[in-house]
Write a new protein. Structure first.
Length: 82
């Protein structure tokens, strides 16, 4: 009886691994998908309609109030004297 116990545990382990693999395959199958052509067109539309402040040669310079990287110039030397 003791020699048979490890074989059952190995078969249970294999069954669990196969069951987990099947579940992963089902999850992959249920994942929503779109065609590559649709994804490409969506990406092209996004890049054409969204201004990128790092590409001023394409979009032109952005106004300072729309530029997320603009740091306002402060007057003075910003020195702290204690």
């Amino acid at each position: 009886m003791s020699s048979r116990q490890p074989k059952q545990s190995m078969s249970e382990l294999k069954l669990r691994r196969v069951t987990e693999h099947i579940q992963r395959l089902r999850d992959d199958l249920a994942r929503p998908r779109i065609r590559v052509s649709e994804a490409s067109m969506s990406l092209i539309r996004y890049t054409k309609s969204t201004k990128d402040p790092l590409l001023p040669t394409v979009w032109g310079p952005l106004p300072k109030n729309e530029d997320p990287f603009y740091q306002p110039q402060s007057t003075g030397c910003n020195c702290v004297v204690a």
